[in-house]
Design a binder for this molecule. Structure first.
Ligand code: NAI
Length: 248
């Protein structure tokens, strides 16, 4: 029974949006594998999500460990049908204060690891002649946000990479789509907004629905891209944002 289920790998699934996606995938009957750094958090997430949820620990900033991680997962689970590149970090600093090291750190986790893990997974998806990759972008790629220069660069690159990958990998039956979440209630937004009330007021002020989203809202969109319901959709960016990207 477990062997017949689709296998989904979610990076950074121990909390926040990744956890919301895992919850939805498990509800849809997928075997779900979380990949992140904090073993205790991952264990707790799996305990909450049940027997179809598993985990592997990995620091995605350590790019050279990624090929072995994917090989290990493939030998254990046989296939990866769905990859969600969700793990990400943010850093709020004035433009002139950002060091090259700061910039590189964000780019490594938010962008380089997405490339490395996708490359390794795609090698096997080509063999399967199918697969769905879901990248997580941000409002920082839809409009100009101050004080998050490296984050904005990384997320804008993710959207470009989504289109390039969709174009190159469609002949192999692999679809790549992107979800751009608006302001979602997680630890990351708590850190970015709770100590900055004017920024929070601005974020909500330009969100026509007037409220923040929940990880489950992103989970629902990811489940759509993971399923055959989206079989003719690739290379897109879906804003799940209460209208934030188009708000006045
Ligand atoms: P979060 O901080 O709750 O989760 C981030 C996850 O990434 C954690 O599980 C963490 O362990 C993992 N991670 C970070 N660095 C890692 C590394 N080096 N190796 C392995 N795992 C690592 O944040 P949240 O809000 O759930 O963010 C998830 C994604 O959604 C991120 O890509 C973020 O940029 C994006 N996003 C979030 C928004 C929000 O409003 N919360 C808005 C737009 C995008």
């Amino acid at each position: 029974m477990e062997q017949e289920k689709k296998v989904a790998l979610i990076t950074g699934g121990g909390s926040g949006i990744g956890f919301g996606i895992a919850e939805k995938f498990i509800e849809k009957g997928m075997q779900t594998l979380l990949v992140a750094r904090d073993e205790e958090k991952l264990k707790a997430a799996c305990a909450q999500l049940g027997a179809s949820c598993h985990y592997k620990t990995c620091d995605l900033a350590d790019l050279k460990t990624i090929p072995a991680l994917i090989q290990n997962i493939l030998s254990e689970y046989g296939r990866i049908d769905v990859l969600v590149n969700n793990a990400g970090i943010n850093m709020k600093k004035d433009f002139t204060e950002v060091t090259d090291e700061d910039f590189q750190k964000i780019i490594t986790v938010n962008l380089c690891s997405v490339f490395s893990i996708s490359r390794e997974v795609v090698k096997d998806m080509i063999r399967l002649k199918s697969g769905s990759i879901i990248n997580i972008s941000s409002m920082a790629a839809q409009y100009g946000l101050p004080r998050v220069i490296a984050y904005s660069a990384s997320k804008s690159a993710i959207e470009g990479m989504t289109r390039a990958m969709a174009s190159e990998l469609s002949p192999h039956g692999i679809r790549i789509n992107c979800i751009a979440p608006g302001f979602i209630e997680t630890a990351m937004t708590a850190k970015a907004l709770n100590d900055d009330p004017p920024r929070k007021a601005k974020a909500l002020g330009r969100t026509p629905m007037g409220k923040m989203g929940k990880p489950a809202d992103i989970g629902a969109a990811a489940a759509f891209f993971a399923s055959d319901e989206s079989a003719y959709i690739t290379g897109t960016v879906l804003c799940v944002d209460g209208g934030n990207a188009i708000g006045f």
